[in-house]
Design a protein around this ligand. Structure first.
Ligand SMILES: Nc1ncnc2c1ncn2[C@@H]1O[C@H](COP(=O)(O)OP(=O)(O)O)[C@@H](O)[C@H]1O
Ligand SMILES: [Mg+2]
Length: 371
């Protein structure tokens, strides 16, 4: 194989430099990938199904296959855009749909590309090990590097170009398109199902998976919904692994303003970062607004009563509504959980286990004032 690679990929002496070793690794990876998949995926007439993708053990997919199913990543196939790139609809030959997330292709020095490679590896590794009905399902990935000669400042420079792609189960909508106040949009039961689903996904992330994970960018645009409005947590681009009880100190504070807890700006990351973001999401799902009282001690009861009152008005007008008091109790419980989650003092926020217990009626909410 070494001779083949040297001949075909112009690889210099392996021991000469770390750059050469990196090139070697990439070339070997590409060769294995293309040999394995050439037969199975290259021809557009090959019938590939979602089941094939799920059962494929390596999850690696050739770029040509992804170009084929996304019509060369054309504009009309764009499902959404985010900070790291675009997400396209991929249509398999049997009509099944998948989502293809194309991380902005990167150009740069070997060092920069190595860092980008590490981040992508981290996300793929993480997603491959996460399996839960409320977490988006990874179907495959593609990672392709090539060198490019680019003009800059009147000179030409060699640099690496990286294409990184993730294939995910296709989900028709995201939660940010369903944020509205009580008078319009989703009914209470659907909203409750969404809050409950996110909490189960988050409990799996924090406590139950073999790779305890802090998501770090929970917000409605990163919560996808299936045809039955079951929520799935997506976008693990900046997620971090953690050991129980560990606090991560970081200088990089990525995330989305409005969903990040105060301590995040001091570089402190714990699972409580996600709990804060979840609290903001709960408020938004119930009220349609990201606002909540900043002075929780004095204003939380008033806030709870006002928002509950709005829902009571809506539910009373619903024809044939029979469970008014039960639903109001549920709404009140969710508002209280939301308020506990957005506590500026991270140690006073509830763990995700406590939240799911409260939702299931196994524990009661503790009023903010007694915290
Ligand atoms: N699996 C998917 N199915 C359908 N649409 C998706 C899927 N994943 C992402 N999208 C759409 O693309 C948008 C951006 O995706 P996301 O993973 O959040 O990317 P980024 O990391 O760039 O923020 C989402 O808000 C959603 O609209
Ligand atoms: Mg996103």
């Amino acid at each position: 194989m070494e001779a083949y690679l040297k001949e075909n990929f112009d690889i210099p002496d392996m021991k000469r430099s770390s750059e050469a070793r990196l090139m070697w690794r990439r070339a070997v990876g590409q060769l294995i990938l293309s040999r394995r998949h050439r037969h199975r995926f290259r021809e557009s007439s090959d019938l590939v199904t979602i089941d094939d993708l799920i059962s494929s053990r390596s999850h690696r997919l050739p770029l040509e296959f992804l170009e084929h199913i996304t019509k060369n990543f054309c504009e009309e196939r764009i499902l959404g855009r985010g900070g790291s790139g675009r997400v396209y609809k991929g249509v398999l030959d049997n009509g099944e749909m998948i989502a293809v997330k194309k991380v902005e292709s990167m150009l740069g020095t070997t060092k920069e590309c190595e860092r980008a490679q590490k981040q992508f590896e981290n996300e793929v590794n993480l997603l491959m090990r996460l399996k839960h009905p409320n977490i988006v399902h990874l179907l495959g990935y593609c990672y392709k590097t090539q060198d490019a000669l680019l003009p800059h400042d009147g000179k030409y420079f060699f640099c690496w170009q990286i294409d990184s792609l993730l294939c995910l189960e296709f989900l028709p909508q995201s939660l940010d398109n369903h944020i509205s106040d009580a008078t319009s949009g989703l009914d209470w039961h659907t909203r409750y199902k969404i809050i409950e689903g996110i909490s189960k996904g988050l409990q799996y992330l924090h406590e139950q998976s073999d790779v305890p994970t802090i998501h770090l960018d929970l917000k409605p645009a990163n919560i996808l919904l299936d045809a039955n409005m079951v929520p799935k947590i997506a976008d693990f681009g900046i997620s971090r692994l953690f050991d129980q009880g560990q606090t991560i100190h970081t200088k990089t504070t990525n995330g989305t303003l409005g969903y990040m807890p105060p301590e995040f700006f001091r570089g402190i990351i714990t699972p409580m970062s996600d709990i804060f973001s979840f609290g903001v999401i709960i408020m938004e799902v119930i009220t349609g607004d990201r606002d909540y009282p900043y002075d929780l001690k004095d204003s939380s009861d008033e806030y709870t009563n006002t928002e509950l009152g709005k829902w009571r008005n809506v539910l009373e007008k619903e024809p044939g509504h029979t469970n008014l008091e039960t639903d109001c109790q549920q709404i009140k419980k969710c508002i209280q959980i939301g308020l506990m989650c957005v506590n500026p003092e991270r140690k006073k926020r509830p763990t995700i286990r406590k939240i799911t217990n409260i939702l299931q009626g196994l524990e009661s909410t503790v009023c903010y004032s007694s915290n």
